[in-house]
Ligand binder design. Structure first.
Ligand code: SF4
Length: 99
């Protein structure tokens, strides 16, 4: 997954949140307890909502930029975001080293 983070994702936060598909769902769906057992199907159900969401990209961008480490954001689990964030930080360090 290629992702480019903009410098100020918070400017547009209200805009994408207004269009969020999860506004009409139970917020608890997006914050499963744990990552095993029943939480697995809960995570997949939350991701299914995300995949219909017009705000998926800015939501994921916001979650990575602000290091949201709990719950499902932008159709990603906590572990998936940790991996994406490590890749993003590595790219930033590399860019800073070559600047
Ligand atoms: S991508 Fe998922 S968590 Fe993000 S706003 Fe949309 S439905 Fe909510």
């Amino acid at each position: 997954m290629a992702l480019t983070l903009t410098s100020d994702v918070s400017d547009h936060a209200a805009e994408w949140r207004d269009r969020a598909a999860c506004r009409s769902t139970d917020p608890d769906l997006f914050f499963p307890v744990g990552t095993t057992g029943p939480a697995i199907s809960q995570i997949e159900s939350a991701k299914a909502v995300c995949r219909t969401c017009p705000s998926l990209d800015p939501c994921l961008e916001f979650a990575l930029a602000t290091n949201q480490d709990s719950g499902v954001w932008g159709a990603t689990s906590e572990e998936e975001r940790r991996k994406l964030r490590r890749q993003w930080l590595a790219r930033r360090r590399q860019a800073a080293a070559t600047a």
